[in-house]
Design a protein around this ligand. Structure first.
Ligand code: CMX
Length: 138
């Protein structure tokens, strides 16, 4: 498959407000969007640096995937998202290679991207996301 760049890095935090303060005041980045993704039980805050985004993730429910992650592992890097122009093809390819997928079919994620997650137990411990922008051709 052809991946073009790291679209974003997802970072699990207990408090979006506290973490935004750090990224803005200490690192000098600007939060340009806050979005709730209801079906994932998260509130997200986005920063851009170069071609890559940082996505802070705060759980909106104690049973959500981000709350469970923080409970087990603490705050920190939660997933890495790679950009592709052809998510259907990329997902088919990983499935054929026997990689365990969380999303058998691409679905809608934050920022209107089409996304699919690969299971960390199949990807050397890193929850991996494939993303395609709806504005891209292909
Ligand atoms: N990174 C690495 N390992 C992870 C992980 C992560 N983010 N989340 C869970 N794991 C590990 C667990 O620690 C566990 O390992 P051990 O068995 O060694 O303890 C293993 O994966 C399986 O965990 P589980 O308890 O069986 O499964 P969970 O209920 O925790 O679910 C996962 C794990 C990845 C399937 C689930 O979190 C998921 O479906 N994630 C994709 C969706 C998501 O994360 N959404 C939030 C972000 C949405 C967005 O960006 O918009």
């Amino acid at each position: 498959m052809e991946l073009s760049h790291i679209e974003h890095i997802g970072i699990a935090v207990k408090s979006l407000d506290d973490a935004i303060g750090y990224y803005e005041k200490i690192l000098g980045l600007k939060c340009y969007a806050i979005e709730e993704v209801k079906d994932q039980q998260v509130k997200t805050a986005f920063f851009k640096i170069g071609q890559t985004k940082l996505e802070l993730l705060e759980s909106t429910s104690p049973d959500g995937p981000v709350a469970k992650f923080i409970e087990k592992k603490g705050e920190g890097i939660h997933h890495i998202a790679f950009a592709t122009d052809k998510i259907e093809d990329a997902l088919e390819e990983v499935k054929q290679e026997g990689i365990r997928v969380i999303d058998a079919h691409p679905r809608k994620g934050a920022e209107g991207l089409t996304i699919a997650f690969l299971h960390p137990k199949s990807t050397f411990g890193v929850l991996t996301e494939l993303c395609e922008s709806k504005n891209r051709k292909g």
